[in-house]
Structures are given as structure tokens and as C-alpha cells.
Design a protein around this ligand. Structure first.
Ligand code: GLU
Length: 450
């Protein structure tokens, strides 16, 4: 291995012993970009790797809120402004019980390169809180959002840092957050958040964008393999907003999602999760309970397998992990490898552990696509929302969708080219990392040392 990369990894292990997810993301990235580092001594001269790995800044703050009984609760809030070399920091907020500094930093790190891949001027950031939205009333969620924004509002802005949604933060939460921001600032600056409601500056297609983008990207991969989406059966883990977008677009393009999963187990619906009734039900189910997908099986009379994951089933053509980080570990990867399924398209951020990812990439019959390319359409459409807000215009559904489609084609194309440049063949994982890295690195070097 390149000595500069090796030294950096040793340092990272030393510095971030208590941040396993962050170390995992950095390590995978550094291994991937090795050929680019080896060819360009200027990166080492500029100490670029450490500068890429240490965030520009990270806010950590107390968030106090009262429940419906009037009792006070205290959570920790975060916002990590990881890298602003190519634009204002951009990335979602995650409200989930397990959120900590390691998770926020891994997400912000990934976001930096994902955002660069969109080709739009957005830097990388991420935030959130260990607040657990499960079982909270709407009024409790509103009070939490108001308190969170009161702590954060001084540090964000349309040209500074533009948060959006992630797990536990959907349009409803963005509304509460924006309301509080407006109340505190006294200005209508709706470019400060994306994923907004249409009534105050949201963009058409934003709710669908991550899932649609993933299917557009998948379509490019299939075309590269002289294959087509038509008739394909897909296994998607998760049943959140992203999985929903995949199901919707797959149905439109004559493919069908036949597996989905939740923390409680998985669903197999051989007819496809593809009717309006089914798709609407999923959104509702998710709103009511992010922990159980079993009600779908009861409602639509299909199979539910409790407490298990479906990795390894043979009756799909494509696997798309779209739930959460580290969903696919080494044992699952072996099952997937053995299943004979050709396409493994990551969608959630870092859904595969590093050993599992290496294993899948080493299976010669498989094509593996990385999440930071596949899911970039979400944040890409957020950047389009920012443009619409600054122009004080709204673009049509067709306009946004066609820009999203073009963006995903470009990401696939650029990743492919970056891998080819370094003689790596059709390696979408290395290609996405190298393409994203090269853009951010160039901007950092041109802006001098800091
Ligand atoms: N949380 C989403 C992501 O991981 C969206 C971020 C955004 O729209 O800013 O890309």
C-alpha cells in the first residue's frame, strides 16, 4: 500500500479510536483513492489527506424540550461542517436514538464526496441529534425542533450551511425547523433549509429524488451491461422515504420491488410493491411506526418473516440495501455472493461493512455500485431547490426530474471514466471515490492552505 495512505490510516486509528463508523468510512475511501494518491505527489505536499479527514468544524450542543406532561428532557445536538471547498455545507439532519459524533462525522465525510459528484456547488455537512422520534406526539416533535433550531440558527444560512432531512427528519420536521428559524431571524430566508413543503419554497420531486435517482443510476449500470430494467425483480431493505421512491420509479419503468424490510423482519410480495394503494400505505406505515413493517403483510396478505434479513434470496435480480449503515455484514455478503445475483446497488449511506464490501467486490460475477454515487440524487435535487429559492421561482416536475436524470447519468459516466483513467476497469466504487475526491482536492489546493 502507498506509504502516505498507510501513515494517514495509522494516524486516524490513533486519533479516532472511539469513532468506529467514521474510521470505517475514511478507511474505505482512502483504500479506494490509492491510485490517484500514488500518481500525484502534490497531495502529500499539501497534507491533503489530513485536511480532508479533519472537519472544518463541528458544533455539539444541548437541546432541552418538554414533553406533553410538562417534563423536561435533554438531548445532544450536532452539526458538522465538514468541507466547504466547493460550496456552502450541505447535508441532512438525522434524529435517531443512536446518533453520536462518530455517525455524524461519517455521514458528513461521505456527504462531501457525494455532493461533489452531483456537479453542483455544495460542500459537505451533516447534523442531527440522539432525540428518538419514535412514539413522540407531533407537539413534542415541534418543541424539540424549535429548541434544536434555537441552538443552531446562528451557524447556518443560505450561503453558509443548508441542512435538510435524513432519518427522523421529513417535511414535517423541516417545517417546524424553518418556522423557528424565520421567527428568530425575522427574515424570510427559505434557502437555509431544503426538503421544505411546496407552500413555502420546497421543490417538486424532492421527496422522490433519492429513490428515483437510485433507479436512474441502476438503469445506467444495466445499460452498460447490455441489460434492461424491464421485468427485473428487486430486493430493497428498508421501507422509508428512499425505499418508497425506488418502488415508485421501478414500477414506472416496468421493474418491481418484491422484498422490503424493517427492524422487525422482512416482507415478500411477489406481485410487486407497485400499486398506488401499496405505496401510499407504506408512507403512512412509516409515519406511524418506523420500527415495524409487518402491518403491510397483514394488509396485503403476503409473507412476513420475523426477525430476519432477506440477503441471500435467489428470486431477485438486484439487491438494493436502502435502510441504514452496516446493514450488510460479512455473513450477509457471503449469502449475497452465493445467491448468484449480479447487481448489488448500495443506496443507504455506508450500508455495507468494509469486509463485506471487499468480499462483494471480489466476486467476479457481481457488479457493485457505491451509495455515495447512487443516492446523490437526493442532495442533488436539494441543490436544485436552493437554485429555485435564490431565483424565487419554482420549476416544473418535468424540469426537476429531467435534471435529476441527467445528473445521475453524469455521475455514472464520471465514475466510470475516473476508474478507467487509473486502469481499474468498470469499478464504480473506486471510480466514485476518485471522481469526488479529485474535485474536492482541486478546489482545496487552489484555495491555499487552511
Ligand atoms: N440526507 C440526505 C443525504 O444523505 C439529503 C441531504 C440533503 O438533501 O441535503 O444526501
Amino acid at each position: 500500500m502507498n506509504q502516505y495512505i498507510k501513515n494517514t490510516i495509522d494516524l486516524i486509528y490513533d486519533m479516532y479510536r472511539t469513532q468506529p463508523e467514521f474510521v470505517q468510512a475514511v478507511e474505505e475511501f482512502l483504500f479506494s483513492i490509492e491510485p490517484a494518491i500514488a500518481k500525484h505527489p502534490e497531495y502529500e505536499k499539501n497534507d491533503l489527506l489530513m485536511r480532508l479527514v479533519i472537519p472544518e468544524r463541528l458544533f455539539k450542543f444541548r437541546v432541552v424540550w418538554t414533553d406533553d406532561q410538562g417534563k423536561a428532557h435533554t438531548n445532544t445536538g450536532y452539526r458538522c461542517q465538514f468541507n466547504g471547498a466547493i460550496g456552502p455545507y450541505k447535508g441532512g439532519l438525522r434524529f435517531q436514538k443512536n446518533v453520536n459524533e462518530s455517525i455524524i462525522k461519517f455521514l458528513a465525510f461521505e456527504q462531501t464526496f457525494k455532493n461533489a459528484l452531483t456537479g453542483l456547488p455544495i460542500g459537505g455537512g451533516k447534523g442531527g441529534s440522539d432525540f428518538d422520534p419514535a412514539g413522540k406526539s407531533e407537539a413534542e416533535i415541534m418543541r424539540f425542533c424549535q429548541s434544536y433550531m434555537t441552538a443552531l440558527y446562528r451557524y447556518i444560512g443560505a450561503d453558509v450551511d443548508v441542512p435538510a432531512g435524513d432519518m427522523g427528519v421529513s417535511q414535517r420536521e423541516i417545517g417546524f425547523l424553518f418556522g423557528q428559524y424565520r421567527r428568530l431571524k425575522g427574515n424570510f430566508e427559505n434557502g437555509v433549509l431544503t426538503g421544505k413543503g411546496l407552500s413555502y419554497g420546497g421543490s417538486l420531486i424532492r421527496p422522490e429524488a433519492t429513490g428515483y435517482g437510485a433507479v436512474y443510476y441502476l438503469d445506467e449500470v444495466l445499460k452498460h451491461e447490455n441489460d434492461t430494467l424491464k421485468g427485473k425483480r428487486i430486493g430493497v431493505s428498508g421501507y422509508g422515504n428512499v425505499a418508497w421512491g425506488i418502488m415508485k420509479k421501478a414500477a414506472e419503468l416496468d421493474a418491481k420491488v418484491i422484498y422490503m424490510s424493517g427492524p422487525d423482519g422482512y416482507i415478500r410480495d411477489p406481485d410487486g410493491i407497485n400499486t398506488k394503494e401499496k405505496l401510499d400505505y407504506i408512507l403512512q406505515m412509516r409515519m406511524n411506526d418506523p420500527m415495524h413493517c409487518k402491518p403491510y403483510a397483514e394488509k396485503f396478505n403476503c409473507e412476513f418473516v420475523e426477525g430476519k434479513k432477506f440477503w441471500g434470496v435467489k428470486d431477485v435480480d438486484i439487491y438494493m440495501p436502502a435502510a441504514v449503515q452496516n446493514d450488510v455484514g460479512f455473513e450477509s455478503a457471503k449469502l449475497i455472493g452465493d445467491s448468484g445475483v449480479k447487481y448489488y446497488i448500495e443506496v443507504a449511506n455506508m450500508p455495507t461493512t468494509n469486509d463485506a464490501l471487499s468480499y462483494l467486490r471480489s466476486c467476479s460475477h457481481m457488479i457493485v455500485a457505491p451509495s455515495k454515487a447512487v443516492n446523490a440524487g437526493g442532495v442533488g435535487v436539494s441543490a436544485l431547490e436552493m437554485s429555485q429559492n435564490s431565483e424565487r421561482l419554482s420549476w416544473s416536475k418535468e424540469e426537476v426530474d429531467s435534471q435529476l436524470h441527467r445528473m445521475m447519468k453524469n455521475i455514472h459516466e464520471e465514475s466510470m471514466k475516473a476508474a478507467e483513467t487509473y486502469g481499474l476497469g468498470y469499478d464504480l466504487v473506486a471510480g466514485a471515490n476518485i471522481a469526488g475526491f479529485t474535485k474536492v482536492a482541486r478546489a482545496m489546493i487552489e484555495q491555499g492552505l487552511f
